[in-house]
Design a protein around this ligand. Structure first.
Ligand SMILES: Nc1ncnc2c1ncn2[C@@H]1O[C@H](COP(=O)(O)OP(=O)(O)OP(=O)(O)O)[C@@H](O)[C@H]1O
Ligand SMILES: [Mg+2]
Length: 283
């Protein structure tokens, strides 16, 4: 069994020329807790992550291991009780237009705004662009996600997949430094989910944004990610990190893909030899 926190392959420096580029986002020793009814719930424990420009970084782990909490912390909605989060070297202390989140729920769009108004609104509200230019940019991104013909539709007139496309267009239109996605395709049927994963990859090919993507699907992690961090059950700790050099993206059914999926499965679900169990065995 791999030791906790092991970096399997390859070392980050290998791909980038060691030490040349500093990370876009650093999560340094971050612990997250919630105070709930006289009891404190630790959601994540001393997490270290470095994301570089244009990484497609996936957080993969079982339900309740703190993935969403980590995303909230990067978004500036949850303050670490220890450690720090740095974006381009500056501490994250509050939400900002440089970090935009796409959630799983289909109801993240105000229902009284059309698709176009939904995409344009944050640009106008954050004073990133004047109204007319915001609408132009919104139309551009709606076209990118294949919804040029639905600009004037209201959310209730769109399918779940289409609503997620609007949410993605809205996020990309902000041109954030980092796009945060929390299981954005989990509520879609399998075929639509697959299609959306492919669309996300082609949007990335075009725009090379930096992505932090949460899922508990091993397959989705391997399709979407260029780097995958495996988290332990709550409180989440980084158990291992793997890099897309290890599998072949061109064939989801290929041997590299399947063997990596099996290895991740073992790392996620086979019991870690706990200190208690080893001392029992020693006795
Ligand atoms: N607002 C909150 N108040 C109290 N505890 C919370 C709160 N939000 C999350 N938690 C707890 O923190 C832990 C991590 O939750 P989190 O939502 O980050 O997990 P997750 O990995 O995203 O799970 P899932 O895959 O089910 O979405 C859980 O035990 C959860 O009960
Ligand atoms: Mg979650």
């Amino acid at each position: 069994m791999e030791a906790e926190g092991v970096r399997i392959l390859p070392e980050k420096g290998e791909a980038r020329g060691a030490g040349e580029i500093s990370p876009l986002l650093r999560v340094k020793g971050v612990t997250l807790e919630y105070a709930a009814q006289k009891q404190v719930v630790r959601a994540a424990h001393r997490i270290d992550l470095d994301l570089y420009q244009a990484d497609r970084f996936v957080l993969l782990g079982p339900s309740g291991c703190g993935k969403s909490s980590l995303l909230k912390a990067v978004g500036g909605f949850l303050k670490p009780i220890e450690g720090e989060i740095l974006l381009e070297g500056r501490p994250v202390t509050e939400p900002g237009p440089d970090r935009v989140v796409v959630f799983q729920e289909f109801d993240q769009l105000p229902p009284w705004k059309t698709a176009l108004e939904n995409v344009a609104f944050p640009l106008i509200a954050s004073r990133s662009l004047p109204r007319r230019e915001a609408r132009e940019r919104a139309a551009h991104y709606l076209e990118k996600v294949g919804l040029a013909g639905f600009a004037e539709s209201y959310p209730h007139q769109l399918s779940g997949g289409m609503k997620q496309r609007v949410a993605i267009a809205r996020a990309l239109a902000m041109r954030p430094k980092i796009l945060l996605m929390d299981e954005p395709f989990a509520a879609l049927d399998a075929l639509t989910r697959r299609k959306m994963q492919e669309e996300l990859l082609s949007l990335w090919e075009e725009a090379r944004f930096t992505l932090l993507f949460v899922t508990h699907s091993i397959e989705e992690a391997l399709v979407v990610g260029s780097r995958v961090a495996l988290l332990t059950p709550r409180p989440g700790r980084v158990r291992a990190e793997i890099n897309s050099h290890e599998w072949d993206l061109s064939s989801a059914g290929g041997e590299g893909f399947q063997s990596t999926a099996r290895r991740i499965h073992r790392l996620l679900f086979e019991e870690e030899p706990s200190a208690e169990a080893s001392s029992r065995r020693a006795a």
